[in-house]
Design a protein around this ligand. Structure first.
Ligand SMILES: Nc1ncnc2c1ncn2[C@@H]1O[C@H](COP(=O)(O)OP(=O)(O)OP(=O)(O)O)[C@@H](O)[C@H]1O
Ligand SMILES: [Mg+2]
Length: 332
């Protein structure tokens, strides 16, 4: 791994997500439907932490990432709640009535979108892409600085002369990471940054993200459907199911003592060498986000469900003195 430049910002960062609800509105055959992709999410994210948001396909991870970044446009809208980014004593907020997050894009908050391998402009050389980014933030283009930054993400400086299509998938992903971190943001949201890569490249990219987080003391929000990637990478985890966060806590406490039945299913799906026990699939079908259950969204598939689970949706609550929260009636 190449040397990482330590240019951390001396800012205290804190993110508050309060009762966040974000829905898509679509129209089919003249009937307007709401897709309830993010439902009543309330968590706090400490600065200088690495949070993994884990859940199956379609559970609303990308929607949550877009909302966290403030990239909310039709057909997606925020119905209720808010997100507050605190940097020292400055506050930037996103709610149904205000969006001040665009002001902090790239310099304080950056986003590596899902499928970002194709996010680079195919008709611009990398040099021009970096230059556009610097100039659009009122900074002069300093090629030496860009080369040093590329070295940090293990890229040779010749990539500046290339077009994105001339690079391999792993190199393009490193370019996207280099762009997202170029203006030294405090918070980086990375949505499935390794899902299109082979396992060796995937490991290198995860190691790079880990090194950036440790060296720059930035806050990472890492989104993945693969729970096995989380240990050794993230210190905190949020388990998402059907638009809701059903468990939140330190990676260690969730792996050692998983509480929510959905988390237990996810963990039991991780293959272990020598384990010949039959892997049981989660019964039933993924939740329909247009017409979700009234109570806990996992209740139709939960083997331990009680009557109350179908009637009322549980909120996250603290389970012990450690930072470990679960939204499940079994523990209330
Ligand atoms: N632009 C859109 N318009 C309407 N519905 C959408 C749109 N984008 C996503 N959805 C719906 O919102 C729900 C959540 O989708 P989202 O992309 O957030 O899931 P995800 O957890 O990121 O899935 P994956 O792991 O496959 O990336 C899904 O039911 C999806 O069909
Ligand atoms: Mg997604």
């Amino acid at each position: 791994m190449s040397k990482l430049l330590k240019t951390e910002k001396e800012e205290t960062v804190y993110i508050e997500i309060e009762d966040l609800k974000a829905y898509y509105t679509t129209e089919q055959y003249g009937i307007v439907k709401e897709i309830k992709a993010v439902e009543n999410i309330s968590i706090n994210i400490e600065g200088n932490s690495f949070l993994a948001i884990v859940g199956e396909s379609g559970c609303g991870k990308t929607t949550l990432a877009r909302v966290l970044y403030g990239a909310v446009d039709s057909p997606l809208s925020i119905i209720e709640g808010k997100i507050c980014y605190h940097f020292n004593d400055k506050k930037f907020e996103l709610s149904p009535t205000s969006n001040s997050l665009k002001k902090i894009w790239w310099e304080k908050l950056s986003y590596i979108p899902q499928g970002s391998l194709s996010a680079l402009n195919p008709i611009r050389r990398l040099k021009d892409i970096f230059s556009d980014l610097a100039l659009s933030h009122g900074k002069a283009y300093d090629e030496q600085k860009v080369k040093t930054h590329l070295e940090m993400v293990n890229l040779p400086s010749y990539v500046l002369q290339t077009y994105p299509f001339e690079l391999s998938g792993g190199m393009r992903q490193r370019c996207v990471i280099a762009l997202a971190t170029f203006l030294n943001p405090n918070i980086i949201i990375a949505d499935e940054p390794t899902s299109a890569l082979d396992v060796v490249t995937q490991r290198d990219i995860l190691q790079l993200l880990n090194n950036i987080q440790t060296n720059f003391k930035s806050t990472f929000i890492f989104i993945t459907h693969d729970i096995s990637l989380v240990p050794g990478l993230a210190d905190m985890m949020a388990i998402m199911y059907g638009g809701c966060i059903v468990e939140f806590g330190s990676t260690e406490s969730i792996f050692v003592n998983p509480l929510h039945p959905y988390t237990k299913f996810l963990l039991s799906s991780i293959p272990k060498i020598g384990d010949k026990t039959e892997k049981k699939p989660i019964p039933g079908n993924p939740v329909n986000l247009i017409n979700p259950p009234v109570g806990c969204r996992f209740s139709p598939r939960c083997p331990l469900g009680k009557e109350i689970c179908t009637e009322s949706r549980p909120n996250l609550f603290n389970i012990d003195t450690q930072q470990h929260q679960v939204a499940c009636w079994l523990y209330q």
